[in-house]
Design a binder for this molecule. Structure first.
Ligand SMILES: Cc1cc2nc3c(=O)[nH]c(=O)nc-3n(C[C@H](O)[C@H](O)[C@H](O)COP(=O)(O)OP(=O)(O)OC[C@H]3O[C@@H](n4cnc5c(N)ncnc54)[C@H](O)[C@@H]3O)c2cc1C
Length: 504
């Protein structure tokens, strides 16, 4: 008698058993091997870091327990995925491969192409199911949003209870958090795992979201009132669908309550839902155009910054020694904690790209390593937006002094992360260089804000004058742009024809 097909479930950035289509579908077929592969070559990439591994390791330990309680185990291997799969094929004879579609960086895309070629060579079927709201093979952005909404409304897939583990397979071992493969040591890291993800979601929906919009841009306090679900979404301890559905259930409950506090919470949750949709929107861009990891969306900006790269500027920015207090505090806090809010991320990139005129391809891997929630689709799209190289977004050049005054008026966040400024008063904390005796241990500003911005503005304006600029921008918008509102109905953000805006 032929032995049955063994179903390999390849876990990637989907470290859960609930709402997991590949696991549910594969386990209905017969014996399974739930597999996670630690790929040393991946961990050598400039955008990978030990901080990511810490989070992933937490998730895998819990996934292991979840699978064990359902009759299986997590099989962990270290090496090249194709070689691991080949071993399993040799062992079991007939296998099928199941996974979610992954929208990762160029390296994981190339690895997936190798796996596909291997599957074809051995006539192995690789069943890939969609991940969240990202649509593979999308022909046009028109209608994408409706497709996403349909997916988000579909019922959740229950975790299968009785898994049949393929016979005679050793679980292997999970590398420890301090294994040398994962590079430099890190500061503190948000805890991973589904249990923690559910806890974080529950506290956000119950109460933390009540000050979400009020604090979303404030460094420090936003860490409490933002959802903090990004790393859980990035590594898939919770699916976007289950977060979205739980949020809507909570909003329906709140709608029954006339208390103004409930109304306020509901409004905040509605803003949160928009951001979940943005997530899929941004990842969709990378899915459709993987080159955005390396090339400007609008090619007119290629070559604009690259020749001007200054290592000393990069080093000062990367370590938080630019002489601009909020920039330095934000960067140093990231080194310590691995998370910061959207506005601070945007400001850090804007400063690097405009004030220091650093090419975004040099700065993106640095922040990718620091962010626990590194998600290539959001990351590279946002880097390009905040560096002004998409050709379709209004340029935003953040003024780091104004940001500091607006969002950390008393300088509490700055003093927490930049001890050189601990004795500086509220009056001078945003511009310590203006003190008659500036603090001697704190760096002098690397560049002068007004001059640096003028230079950046002139360069960008020159690029935008290229003869085909608008035609090419239309193509970018057609392929990757949001359809939220057609451009002719969108309110004008700035009157200036060159669409540059400053001091955000
Ligand atoms: C330069 C830059 C790089 C970024 N890189 C990443 C990244 O690698 N990974 C990542 O998850 N987010 C990234 N973001 C987006 C955003 O800053 C984070 O998603 C957010 O701060 C995470 O915290 P939270 O989960 O508490 O967010 P919340 O405000 O609670 O939002 C909920 C979820 O919505 C999504 N989301 C929120 N804001 C955005 C946004 N602007 N664009 C797309 N999706 C969004 C995220 O999945 C987030 O978890 C980046 C932003 C910038 C400006």
């Amino acid at each position: 008698m032929n032995s049955p097909t063994v179903n390999i479930i390849w876990f990637k950035r989907d470290l859960r058993v609930h709402d997991h289509a590949p696991l549910a579908l594969a386990s209905a077929q017969g014996p399974v091997v739930p597999l996670y592969v630690v790929e040393p070559d991946y961990w050598r990439l400039p955008d990978a870091s030990r901080r990511h591994w810490h989070f992933i390791q937490d998730c895998l330990v819990e996934l292991q327990a979840e699978l064990s309680s359902r009759g299986a185990t997590l099989v962990c291997r270290t090496g090249l995925v194709v070689e691991v799969l080949e071993d399993l094929r040799q062992k079991f004879g007939t296998i099928a491969l199941w996974s979610h579609e992954e929208t990762g960086n160029d390296w994981t895309f190339a690895r997936d192409r190798q796996v596909l070629a291997w599957c074809k060579a051995h006539e192995i079927v690789w069943h890939q199911t969609p991940s969240n709201g990202v649509v593979r093979g999308l022909k046009s952005r028109d209608g994408w949003s409706a497709l996403r909404d349909t997916r988000m409304a579909e019922p959740m897939i229950p975790a299968p209870n009785d898994l049949m583990l393929a016979a005679d397979i050793s679980p292997g071992s999970l590398p420890s958090k301090d294994h040398p493969m994962f590079g430099e040591t890190v500061g503190s890291v948000q805890s991973g795992g589904r249990f923690e993800g559910l806890r974080v979601r529950a506290s956000f929906l119950k109460e933390r979201a009540s000050k979400y919009m009020m604090t979303v841009s404030k460094p420090g306090i936003s860490a409490r009132h933002c959802s903090r679900l990004s790393a859980h979404i990035a590594y898939g301890t919770l699916s976007v669908r289950e977060i979205e559905q739980a949020t809507k259930v909570r909003m329906a409950e709140l709608a029954m309550d006339l208390d103004p506090a409930s109304k306020n919470l509901r409004k905040n949750l509605s803003a949160f839902l928009s951001r979940l949709a943005w997530r899929c929107h941004f990842v969709q861009k990378l899915e459709q155009q993987p080159s955005i990891e390396f090339r400007c969306m609008h090619l007119a900006f290629e070559g604009m910054r690259e020749p001007h790269f200054r290592q000393e500027f990069f080093d000062a920015w990367a370590t938080g020694h630019t002489g601009y207090p909020l920039i330095d505090a934000a960067m140093r806090s990231l080194h310590s904690n691995g998370w910061i809010n959207f506005r601070m991320r945007a400001m850090l990139v804007s400063f690097a790209s405009y004030h220091l005129w650093l090419d975004w391809r040099q700065t993106a891997p640095h922040l990718a390593r620091l962010f626990t929630d590194y998600e290539p689709g959001i990351h590279f799209s946002q880097f390009q937006m905040q560096s002004g190289v998409t050709g379709i977004n209004t340029l935003r050049i953040y003024n780091p002094i104004k940001q500091s005054m607006d969002h950390d008026p008393e300088g509490k966040f700055i003093r927490r992360y930049v001890p050189e400024l601990s004795a500086v008063s509220e009056q001078w904390i945003h511009e310590p260089w203006r003190l008659p005796d500036p603090p001697p241990l704190y760096a002098k500003p690397l560049v002068e804000h007004d001059k640096a911005i003028k230079m950046a503005r002139d360069q960008i304006t020159a690029c935008r004058k290229a003869p085909d600029f608008m035609d090419d921008a239309r193509h970018v918008r057609q392929k990757l742009g949001s359809r939220a509102k057609p451009p002719h109905r969108r309110p004008k953000v700035v009157k200036d024809k060159s669409q540059l805006s400053f001091d955000v």
